[in-house]
Design a protein around this ligand. Sequence first.
Ligand code: CA
Length: 230
Amino acid sequence: MNLLLVEDDQLLGQGIEITLRNEGYQVDWVRDGQVALDTLLKSANQYDALVLDLGLPTLDGIQVLSKARREGIELPTLILTARDSIEQKVEGLDSGADDYLVKPFEIQELYARLRVMMRRQQGRTQTLIEHNGLTVNPTSMQVWFNEETITLTRKEYLLLLELVSNAGRVQTRDHLEQTLYGLDEDVESNALEVHVHKLRKKLTNDFIKTKRGVGYIINKEHVNKENTNK
Ligand code: CA
């Protein structure tokens, strides 16, 4: 677990760093808002979570977080706010923080909150399949393409799920027919083609590729902006 800690208070920063290291976290500690933002823009994907103080030199925590979020950085973030500052809390959550902790706090409490935040994050990433503008929620069977809800028949949904869950690997006709119809059902010879055709109309024509004589494939994800930052 890699953590980016942004805290300008020497004692508090040290306390957090030591405690979390003892819990097995890798901690990178920076003490300045601008440095924090630069670190995030350059290497946010090296971290699993961000612990962010709000009162910081050069750039305050709210600015750091809102700028980072605007750049598409989704790192789970816990903010540390001064005591009794309701406005700061609200502002922090509005800027995209996932949780907050009011100073002073027990460092064990920080550790507990981080664990909860990470569990929530893992739950989110496990339930959604995202691929080249397509998002599938296998729990609710909802599907979005380029942020728009699309409606699929049950067979279309099963076919798409099978292909996207195995992106980059060709799925043979036999395998796909079995997935859709099971072993017992008699399938019309062009049934699979019909479903693929309908899916292509609802997505884009080239989303599902034909491997002539073999089956179908959804290619591995194109390199997008997020990946080029890595
Ligand atoms: Ca501070």
